[in-house]
Design a binder for this molecule. Structure first.
Ligand SMILES: [Zn+2]
Length: 398
């Protein structure tokens, strides 16, 4: 099932990590990694099975459903996630649920880099930042690589391997290059999309649906590798284990002809619905008319959801990702904003503007913060203040 011997590749400086898939670092207490294929199990966080290279999942002792309502990211569910010494978050998660015709859609396109993968990236980047490595080699996977590279910017050197150049979205490669990522065509030891921590990040979609009690019977997700469906099933099972009475069915939308090599055989709980390409394109156009530019696979989930009543479809990714602007390091307002931000430690754009005593326009401050963010000089997180999501900036030490 997992072709090739891609080793999850963290090239450690001093820390020899993941050479055989086992990590000596233990995120939090009471986490056990288990291979779904051969049953191998180990304490702590393991990304892939060291014995058979199968998918590994994490199990926790004494799960409790606790939501930190002040946390405006997936980490509001930290009691159901692994613990790390460092947390890397760009405010992913808490994506909106909208009504479209007879169904609901969950818009993962509103995540920081425009896709559901940001949930996985936050968990993986936290792990990578916590174990202390200097270089990471990521195997290309649409949306995932761009997302993870964004999260790792300023933390470690990122290399992306493109072992199958024919399957690559060229525009995405350009975006990666703009992030300062090195590209290689060799396979070898790389961190792949299908790993235990991706599952941990993606399962938070299920938690959000439960927290908001979305009034549907089924949650429909697109199936490419099957990992998202797998993660939702795991998330819902954990919520039940934590004592919450919920009953959502997970449905996997498979585009006719595209169901090879997925994880679906490991998750009998998932009901599979097939949909042909014509129907998918019709859904894509209908969504676009409502201002939602969903990718083809996401449109497949919407097409399936529209067939049966009482559904929520997860729109995992869309077109029109925010393009990086040309960088301009030397602007005066940029330098002043950075200096002020270092002084304030953490602040909103408005607070920075106030501190600058109105010497620049508020709009100018916002613009230079966006540029500094793209340059990897500033990071941000969201907090909840007075019931609203507020963006707090912080200068990175570089
Ligand atoms: Zn195994």
């Amino acid at each position: 099932m997992f072709a090739g011997r891609e080793l999850p590749g963290l090239i450690g400086s001093g820390v020899m990590l993941l050479g055989c898939g086992v990590v000596d670092y233990r995120g939090g207490g009471g986490v056990v990694s288990k291979c779904v294929v051969c049953g191998y199990s180990s304490d702590g966080v393991v990304l892939r099975c060291p014995r058979c290279w199968g998918l590994v999942t994490l199990g926790y002792e004494g799960l409790r459903w606790r939501v930190n309502e002040k946390e405006a990211s997936i980490w509001r569910y930290s009691s159901l996630l692994p613990e790390f010494g460092r947390r890397v978050s760009l405010g992913e998660g808490l994506t909106p649920v909208r009504r479209v015709g007879t169904i609901y859609v969950k818009l993962e396109t509103t995540n920081p880099t425009g896709s559901y993968a940001d949930r996985a990236s936050s968990v993986l980047a936290s792990y990578i930042a916590s174990v202390g490595t200097s270089k990471v080699l990521i195997r290309y996977a649409e949306d995932f690589t761009y997302s993870l590279a964004t999260y790792l910017r300023g933390l470690v050197d990122v290399q992306v391997s493109l072992p199958k150049p024919a399957e690559v979205d060229p525009l995405e490669v350009l975006s990666l290059a703009e992030l300062g990522v090195a590209i290689t065509f060799e396979g070898g030891e790389s961190l792949v999309y299908e790993n235990s921590l991706t599952v941990e990040g993606l399962k938070t979609i299920a938690y959000e649906i439960v927290e908001r009690s979305v009034p549907v019977e089924r949650v429909v997700v697109p199936v490419e590798t099957g990992l998202l469906a797998f993660a939702l099933v795991k998330g819902l099972r954990e919520v039940r284990e934590a004592g919450i009475d919920i009953n959502y069915e997970v449905v996997g939308a498979v585009v006719e002809g595209g169901e090879s090599n997925t994880l679906l055989s490991w998750i009998p709980e998932v009901r599979v619905e097939r949909v042909d390409l014509e129907e998918v394109i019709e859904s894509m156009v209908l969504l676009a008319k409502r201002g939602i530019k969903a990718k083809l696979l996401s449109a497949a989930a919407v097409a399936v959801a529209s067939r049966l009543g009482s559904n929520l479809a997860v729109i995992t990714a869309g077109y029109g990702r925010r393009r990086l602007r040309r960088l301009c390091t030397k602007s005066k307002v940029g330098r002043e904003v950075l200096r002020t931000l270092k002084k304030l430690n953490e602040a909103t754009a408005y607070e920075i503007w106030s501190e600058l005593g109105g010497r620049f326009s508020l709009r100018g401050v916002y613009k230079s913060l966006a540029t500094l963010e793209e340059q990897g000089l500033v990071s941000y997180r969201y907090i909840v203040k007075g019931g609203r999501k507020v963006k707090l900036y912080k200068a990175l030490d570089r």
